[in-house]
Design a protein around this ligand. Structure first.
Ligand code: 13P
Length: 251
């Protein structure tokens, strides 16, 4: 964890959550308000249907984000949502290029880059996801694959510190498997170096999150790694108590 980057703990609810689950946001906000000082920026990305009501439950200690956006501002794209619409609903962040969308919807690096640009143009921070699959990890190509995703998915003409990067090894998502501390360390250092090469000094300030089976029993160790600046949490973000448990492990 870095001294200079405020940690971010982001909950990705994926396709989970009906109106009644908004009570988890109320409960989380209540827990956070008991802390003397906020340990991190706390963000929940619920399904799009809940963004606006989630914002009204979130208080001033939780920010709300989307899980995807279209690259264009408006137009004939049935079923899609633009970054501007997310912003209008109250979102401050948007996850782009999650591996589930890269797999389910065949999203490419260049589409992820276009979505990231659209988010920045709408004044929303994109959380740009990268990560190798099991086969790529086993064949020793994980770092090359992730760095190529970084180069292909991050806009080239960033003016400032406008993005967050999330490293999520695909094989660790929802499986209970987590890379070794030294593998996370090695990957996050490689990502940091690539960001500095691409973005200059802004690359040093860009938060790099780890995601994949993070829970309160492993988060303390993971969040201590030098270039891990927070977490992107799926399953363990659905219940306020589990999610707060992760936040509580930040030193
Ligand atoms: P899990 O925490 O459920 O493994 O999901 C991680 C993830 O995909 C967050 O975006």
């Amino acid at each position: 964890m870095s001294e200079t980057i405020t940690p971010l703990i982001v909950g990705n609810w994926k396709m989970n959550g009906l109106g009644e689950q908004l009570s988890e946001i109320t409960a989380l906000s209540k827990e956070l308000s008991k802390l003397e000082k906020q340990k991190c920026k706390t963000i929940i990305c619920p399904p799009a249907t809940l963004i606006r009501p989630a914002c009204s439950k979130a208080g001033d200690n939780i920010m709300i984000g989307g899980q995807n956006c279209h690259a264009e501002i408006s137009g004939a794209h049935t079923g899609d949502i633009s970054a501007q619409m997310l912003k209008d609903a109250g979102a401050k962040y948007v996850i782009v290029g999650h591996s589930e969308r890269r797999t389910d919807c065949f999203e490419t690096d260049s589409q992820v880059k276009a979505k990231s640009k659209a988010a920045i143009a709408a004044n929303i921070i994109p959380i740009i996801c990268v990560g190798e699959n099991e086969e790529q990890r086993k064949s020793g190509n994980a770092i090359d694959i992730v760095l190529s995703q970084i180069n292909g998915s991050i806009p080239d003409d960033l003016k400032g510190n406008e993005i967050v990067v999330a490293y999520e090894p695909v094989w660790a998502i929802g499986t209970g498997l987590v890379p070794s501390i030294s593998d996370i360390d090695e990957m996050h250092l490689a990502i940091r170096q690539a960001l500095v090469k691409k973005l200059g000094e802004n690359g040093d300030k860009t938060p790099i999150l780890y995601g994949g089976s993070m829970k309160s029993s492993n988060s303390a160790q993971i969040l201590e790694i030098a270039h891990v600046n927070g977490g992107l949490v799926g399953g363990a973000s659905l219940k306020a108590s589990d999610f707060f448990g992760i936040i509580a492990t930040i030193k």
